[in-house]
Every structure is written in C-alpha cells, then in structure tokens.
Design a protein around this ligand. Structure first.
Ligand code: GDP
Ligand code: MG
Length: 436
C-alpha cells in the first residue's frame, strides 16, 4: 500500500498544472480562432486535440501564465504541422528545370520573376525564364517586362501555340547557352478544368522538371486547398508557393494545404515588387496565424473568464463555509499563475488580502502544496478531522514536519476566518478602507 501511495503522491506532486476544465475551454476558443483564420475545420479539430493532450499535464511555471503557456503550445504545434526545416528548390539538374503551375491570377508569372531574381542574386545562377502562357499575348509581355527589370533573359515563341514544344525548345536553348536554371511559367485558368490539367500534365511529362512548384493565392482561403489537391493529383508537385500574403490575408490555408497534400510550403510571396519573396519559415507563419486569428487574445480572454468563474464559485463556497484545502490549493495556483503576489489583490474576493497578510513566499508555496497533496480528499474538504496520526502520515508523505502541518492548519484557519469576514458588509467596508 505504501508503495502505491508513494506512487500516487509522486504522480501528483508535480502539480501546478493546466487543468482539464481550463484546457477544454481554451481549446474550444483556439479551434474557433483557427477556423476564422482559414484553417479547415478538420485540421483545426485534429490540431486542437493534439494541443489538448499536450497542454494537460504541463507544468505552469511561476513566470508563465497558463494562457501564455497554451499560446506557446499552440504556436509550436502549428509550426510543427507546417513542416520542420525549409527545403530549398531542387537545383540538381543541368540545367535544372523548374515548372510553375497554378490557377490564373494566382501569381505564377510574378513568382517566376521573383524566383529568377532570387536564384540569380542569392544563388548566383544563370537563369532562363520561359513564357508558356500561349493564350494571352499580354502574359508573355508581362514576363518580358519582369525579365528586363531583373536582368534575366526570357525565352519566347510568339507564333507557337504549343507550350510543350516551347518548353522543349527553351531547354535546348538553355543547354546550348549554359544556363543553370530554366523556369517555365505556364498558363492557368480561373478554375480547375480538364484542358488546363492536360496541358500542364503534358508539359510535366515532356520536360521532367527537377522541381514543380504549385502557386496558390492565399486570399482564396479554403478554396486554395481544393486547388492544391487537384494539382497535386495530376503533378505530384514538390512544393507550394503561397502568394499575396502582404494583404491582411490569414495564413490558415497554408496549414490546411500542408496537411492535405503533405507537401512543403517553400516560398511566400508578399508583394508585387521582385524582391518581395521570402523563404517559408513555419514558425513565422505560426505567428501570423496566431496573430491574424487573434488566438493569443482569445486564449487570454478564455483564461480570464475561467478565473472569474472560479472566483465566483469560490465566493459561494466561502459564504457556505465550504472552503477547503483544495480551494486553498487553487488559490495558490492562481497566485503562481499571476507570477506576482501583489497582483492577486482584487482577484479573489477577500482571499488576496488575507494571503498577503499571512505573507507566504514562493518557496513556502511548494511546501504547502506538498502538504496538501499528501492529504486525502476528505481531509482537504474538512481539515477539522486531521488528527495527530493523520498529521504523522501527511508529514511522512510530504517530507515536511509536524510543525509545518500545524503552521499550515493555523494559517488556513486564520485565512478562512478572514475570508469569511471579508464577505460581510463590515468586512467589505474594512477592506475598502484599507485599500485607500
Ligand atoms: P498568374 O496569372 O498566375 O501569372 O498571376 P500574376 O503573376 O499575373 O499575378 C496576378 C496579379 O496578382 C497581378 O496583378 C500581380 O501583380 C498580383 N500579385 C502576384 N503576386 C502578388 C503578391 O505576392 N502580392 C500582391 N499584393 N500581389 C501579387
Ligand atoms: Mg501569368
């Protein structure tokens, strides 16, 4: 029995943890916020489930509030989900062929220019851009303008309407002229259709790219996910480029795309300028999703509500004379959560003032907690039953002395009395007078 007891005690001795109620409330808020930030419901649900598992049993450090801790857990989980280290573009070919695919208006041409500029300036590559949007002459001009701007040659065949031929010719041209990288900008349609898919599939099969990148407009929110999936079914692409993240778009789609197609997000495009391209960092995107969805403040608000509710419950208990050691323990947790004794004042009706007068320091909390955890539920509810033999048992279990227990019991009694008193009209008046 002693063994079992020791084990049980050991299990709970690390308390000061985020509690079940606490987490359930908060997780609900998080899920709502994630969905608001364009994360699909299923992904948000799976994610919050994971978060819940992680959060439960986490120790709350004195310097961190459970709210903050939750935010950190959410952040890390988000970042984790969006993939670990950034995988660059595969440039192993000679020349390396990069195929750009996506819907019309998603930002393919702009990104092609940006990627060319990036590879030229950051990776010292000789890059050839290929204009394969044969349906709109303006699209070819657009790429030419961008090429001029960044000093990268653009391969065009204005008369040829066959993008498969154009790309093959371009690759030949690149080989002859010692280009390192060939970026093929393709045509897109406004929605997924068979012609477009066939065309991109044909180009893909012909040129056998080293890298196929799928470009998606982050402003399209949840729709982006369906598109990402459709293109992946046909191309099995290597990575995703999220564009137009410079507006107030929420990055939630990134998360969903990542989970649905299981392909890394490689770049994010944040403006129309050729330099507005960033390598994708999961941690930063997690910040963005958290910020945009207002998760941080929601979590904190949920936490506050939880505190208020607890305070109300406590007030009732005090009034009914049901205040026990478990409540005492909760108060200690709340104090620890605040990280600062003084902040406690005003948080719990009456209790703050009483605790302050008793002057418990941080280290003393640990001892008190150990003592309370060594009590049975019955003893916690009704400290009056704690006899000498019980005291001996508690002392043994907590590694404290009988004197410590006596002191705690005395403090508890004092506090209960004071709290009770604070609830009376006279008590309130006294407290108000003291506060002045
Ligand atoms: P494509 O049809 O896929 O080739 O898309 P485009 O590259 O032509 O881009 C469509 C529109 O979106 C153009 O007006 C671009 O200037 C604009 N665009 C592309 N990328 C971004 C971006 O990251 N941020 C912003 N604000 N606009 C972008
Ligand atoms: Mg285009």
């Amino acid at each position: 029995l002693q063994d079992k007891l020791d084990k049980a005690l050991h299990n709970i001795s690390g308390r000061g943890k985020i509690t079940e109620i606490n987490v359930a409330e908060t997780v609900k808020e998080i899920r709502r916020a994630l969905v608001d930030a364009d994360v699909s419901y299923k992904v948000a649900k799976d994610l919050t489930k994971k978060i819940q598992e992680k959060a439960l049993g986490q120790n709350v450090l004195t310097s961190v509030t459970p709210g903050q801790l939750m935010v950190k857990i959410v952040h890390d989980e988000l970042a984790d989900l969006m993939g670990g280290d950034n995988v660059g573009v595969n440039l192993s070919g000679n020349p390396s062929i990069v195929l750009i695919a996506g819907l019309q208006g998603s930002g393919k041409t702009t990104f092609s220019g940006k990627l060319a500029n990036y590879l030229k300036t950051k990776k010292q590559k000789k890059v050839l851009l290929v204009a394969c949007d044969v349906y709109r002459p303006a699209a070819i001009d657009q790429l030419k303008v961008l090429g001029d701007q960044i000093g990268v040659e653009v391969y065009t065949e204005f008369e040829n309407k066959n993008p498969v031929e154009i790309s093959s010719h371009a690759i030949e041209y690149a080989k002859q002229n010692k280009f390192n990288v060939v970026i093929i900008d393709t045509a897109g349609r406004l929605a997924i259709d068979e012609n477009m898919m066939n065309e991109i599939r044909n180009i893909h099969q012909k040129v056998i790219p080293n890298e196929t990148l799928f470009v998606v407009d982050s402003m399209t929110g949840q729709d982006a996910v369906n598109t990402a999936k459709a293109f992946n079914d046909v191309l099995n692409y290597d990575g995703v480029v999220l564009t137009k993240l410079d507006g107030d778009t929420r990055g939630g789609a990134a998360l969903t795309i990542r989970t649905v197609v299981e392909k890394p997000i490689k770049f994010i495009s944040t403006g129309e300028k050729m330099e507005a391209l960033d390598v994708f960092y999961p941690s930063r995107m997690a910040d963005r999703i958290l910020g945009m969805g207002d998760v941080v403040s929601l979590v904190e608000r949920a936490q506050e509500q939880f505190d208020e509710e607890e305070a109300r419950k406590l007030q009732k208990k005090i009034a009914k004379n049901q205040f026990g050691f478990d409540d005492f323990l909760n108060q200690i947790k709340q104090i620890k959560r605040m990280g600062n004794m003084k902040d406690l004042l005003g948080m719990i009706p009456g209790a703050g003032k009483a605790l302050k007068d008793i002057n418990i320091d941080d280290d003393a909390f640990k001892h008190i907690e150990a003592l309370i955890y060594s009590m049975t539920p019955e003893e916690r509810r009704n400290p009056a039953i704690i006899t000498t033999s019980r005291k001996n048992r508690i002392a043994k279990g907590s590694g404290r002395t009988i004197q410590d227990i006596n002191q705690l019991l005395k403090q508890f009694e004092q506090m209960s009395k004071m709290m009770k008193m604070m609830q009376t009209p006279q008590g309130r008046m006294m407290m108000q007078a003291m506060a002045k």
